[in-house]
Design a protein around this ligand. Structure first.
Ligand code: FMN
Length: 331
């Protein structure tokens, strides 16, 4: 089995090591969603310190899917020059890049997104009060156009890959989860219906970027809710995501969010989900959750549980985490 320091040498995305910075929203932007120098400094520091893959934070594909007022945007062609500076910065610092494309669905408020939030059904997200507006078939067609255009911008800006956000109660996760998807049309009901939109989004993005461009999907593999998505169903869904065109699966939580209470102190708290998904797919799998120690990160790879390890808050706290971890493991 490889170790954390070993490169990823197979597949469309080649990496210098197995350390991933997962997408983490900084709200460094302004109302326009544009990149500025703070973004460049933030990502440069972590890339220069040796991270293999930098996944740039969630970027909204349409203002109606914007989650916070200073979120990074990828919804307009005027943003591409700034995004290109960011992609160039990461490349010059020696890392590979991805950018996460998102629509917040019901995981926002009308105050921020400028309309009643869109969702599969009128079920409020756990912890939010505003009932979203169920999407019409026209809304769904428009959403796919937005994903296509955002994917083109990401590729034109020079990012090495794209990650589609299908976790943490964002729109695509809301379609997959039986807790939030109560639709009775072809986009709801059975698993087949609930995964239809994510599969269609993957297909349009794949069509836009071409067959050789690496595509990641952040999959919320359990909602940890009684009537939500569970791991058993997620294990059936994961191969379908791959079949639709995904090259790397980034496994996180679903409606429970990225840092569920009670789990957050465990080193690698979502790695068991990822390890279980890894058994049913052939593509590389990223594990995440509470990882702060180099030895733990390395063991998840050496034990074959996951192929890549994402280190979030530890990298926010210490930009040099990757350098220090690799030095520690080199002894
Ligand atoms: C400040 C902050 C912002 C985050 N923003 C995003 C995001 O934009 N997209 C996403 O998929 N996850 C996001 N996450 C979740 C992280 O990517 C990661 O999965 C989570 O923090 C658990 O990893 P960690 O314990 O190593 O921090 C965010 C987490 C934090 C702490």
């Amino acid at each position: 089995m490889p170790s954390l320091a070993d490169p990823l040498t197979e597949g469309k995305l080649r990496l210098r090591n197995r350390i991933v910075m997962p997408p983490m929203a900084n709200d460094f932007s302004d109302e326009t969603g544009a990149v500025n120098d703070r973004h460049l400094d933030h990502y440069r520091a972590r890339a220069e310190a040796g991270v293999g893959l930098m996944i740039v934070e969630h970027s909204y594909i349409n203002p109606n899917g914007k989650m916070t007022s200073r979120q990074l945007g990828i919804h307009d062609d005027s943003l591409v020059p700034g995004l290109k500076r960011l992609a160039d910065t990461i490349r010059e610092a020696g890392a590979k890049s991805a950018i996460q494309l998102t629509h917040a669905g019901a995981n926002t408020s009308s105050e921020v997104c400028g309309c009643r939030p869109l969702a599969p059904s009128d079920v409020a997200m756990p912890g939010r009060e505003e009932a979203p507006r169920p999407m019409t078939l026209q809304d769904i067609a428009d959403l796919k156009d937005d994903y296509r255009a955002a994917a083109r911008r990401a590729r034109d800006a020079g990012f090495d890959s794209i990650e589609i956000h299908g976790a943490h109660g964002f729109l695509l996760n809301e379609f997959v989860s039986p807790h939030t998807n109560r639709r009775t049309d072809e986009y709801g009901g059975s698993m087949e219906g609930r995964i239809r939109l994510p599969l269609e989004v993957i297909a349009v993005v794949r069509d836009e970027v071409g067959p050789d461009y690496p595509l990641l999907y952040r999959f919320g593999a359990s909602d940890f809710l009684e009537d939500g998505l569970d791991l058993e169903e997620a294990r059936k869904i994961a191969p379908r995501l791959v079949g639709a065109g995904v090259d790397i699966l980034d496994i996180s939580g679903g409606l429970c969010g990225s840092r569920p209470q009670g789990l957050a102190d465990i080193q690698g708290f979502f790695v068991p989900l990822a390890a279980s998904i890894k058994l049913v797919v052939e593509v590389p799998v990223i594990g995440v959750g509470g990882i702060t120690e180099a030895v733990a990160a390395n063991s998840f790879i050496e034990e074959g549980k996951v192929d890549l390890v994402a280190v979030g808050r530890a990298l926010l706290k210490n930009p040099d985490w990757a350098r220090e971890a690799l030095a520690e493991l080199a002894g």
